[in-house]
Design a binder for this molecule. Sequence first.
Ligand SMILES: O=C(O)/C=C/C(=O)CC(=O)CC(=O)O
Ligand SMILES: [Ca+2]
Ligand SMILES: [Mg+2]
Length: 444
Amino acid sequence: MTRSSHAPMLNETHDPTLRSWVDSANWPGHDFPIQNLPFASFRRRDRGEAWRGGVAIGDAIVDLAALHCGHPFDGLAAEALAAGAEPQLNALMALGPAHWRALRLALSRALREGSPLRALVEPCLVPQAEAEYGLPARIGDYTDFYTSIHHATNIGRLFRPDNPLLPNYQWVPIGYHGRSSSIGVSPQAFRRPRGQVKAPDAAAPVLAPSRRLDIELELGVFVGPGNALGEPIPIAEAESHVFGIVLLNDWSARDIQAWEYQPLGPFLAKNFATTISTWVVTLEALAPYRVPFERPAADPQPLPYLESADNRARGAFDIHLSIEWQTARMAEQGMPAHPVARTNYRYAYWTVAQMVAHHTVNGCNLQPGDLLGTGTLSGPKPEEAAAFIELTQGGKQPLTLPSGEQRTFLEDGDTVVLRGWCERPGTVRIGFGECRGTVRPAGK
Ligand SMILES: O=C(O)/C=C/C(=O)CC(=O)CC(=O)O
Ligand SMILES: [Ca+2]
Ligand SMILES: [Mg+2]
C-alpha cells in the first residue's frame, strides 16, 4: 500500500487561492468553500422527489443525480459520480480512495472560476434552503469508542470515584457496539427516554423519564471499503478504509446509565437517539489539517498493531468543535443558541487509524457505511469538556444562559447545536455545518 493511498496528500484541490463561480462559496468563513466539497443525501422538500447524493458548494448543492445525467466526467470520476447519484452513499463509500480522489478533482475543476463545464453544472445546483437531508448512508453497524482520556478521567471520577481511569484504557482503544436504528440526521427531535433509575438511598429502582439527559460531542467516522471476515485491516492501510467524518451527538441519560452500566456497559441510556450532521467531510478535504499523534513518553506506548510512522507523523486531526445550547424560551425570544464549550479533536488519545486497526484486529468485518463514533471529545481544560455532566461537575454547578435560565441537564424543548471547523494559517477555513437536536417530552 503506498503512502498516498493511506493518508491523502495535498494536491491542487487544496490550493487556498482557488475560487468558485458559485459566489457564496468564496465568502470568507463559509463552511463550504471549493476546498471542502462534502457529501450528503438530500432531496428538495415537499416535491415527492427521490433521495440522491449531493455535494455542498457555498449555499448550494451539486445534485449528483442530475449531473450524472449530463455525463460530464470520464473514467474513475464518472464511475464515482454514478455511485454518488444513488439515494445513499454506500456505493460511493465502497469504491475507495482512487475513485473518491478522481471525483473530488473533477468536481473541483468543474466548480472553479472559468470552468468550461459551468454551463453544464449550473442547472444541477439546488439551493440548500430548499433541501431536506437523509442519513448519508445505510448504517449497518455503529460502534462508539471512548478515545478522549480527559473525558474518560472526568466521567470515570463521577461514576467511579475510587477508580476513575481503568488500567486497560492506555492499552486498548475501548469501544462498545451501539445501535444503528436510532441514528438520525440533523435536525433530529426525539423523545426524552424513560428507563429504570435508582436514587442512591432508594431501596429499589423506578421506571421514570430520565432527569439527567445529557449530550456527548463526538465525531462520527464513515467506513469506506470494508474487510473480509477474518482479515484484519493493518494500521498502514486503515485510512484507505475511511470515507469521511461527521459531527455526532451521542445523547446519554446519565441516571439510567449509572444504574444499568455494570457489568456490560451502555445500553438503554444511549440507544434511544444519536444525531449526526448532514454533510460528510472527506478525509481528503481534511488533509491540510492533519497533525502528529502524540503519546506522552511516560505513558504506555501503543502495541505494534496500533503503531505506524504515518500515524505518528499525521494520524490526528486539528478539528475545532463547539457546543451551543438554546432553551425553548430563548428560541421564542429569538435568541440564538449560546456557546457553552469548545474543544478540539487533536486531544484524542487514539486516532481514526487506530480505531479501524483495533476494531478489525480480531477479524471483525467492517462494511461500507458503518459508523465509528470517536467518543466524547473532551479536552484537557474544564471549559473544553464535551458533555454537560462534566461541564456542570456532575450536575452540581449549573450553567447560566443569556435568558437568565440555569441548566445542568436538558429540559424538554431544549436544543443543542454542535459545530466543527478547521482553520490553519495558509489554508481556507472549512466547516462541518451543524448537528442539531431537540428534546421532546417523554411519551406516555
Ligand atoms: O466511563 C464510563 O463508565 C462511561 C462512559 C461514557 O458514558 C462514555 C461513552 O459512551 C463513550 C464516549 O462517548 O466517550
Ligand atoms: Ca459516547
Ligand atoms: Mg447514542
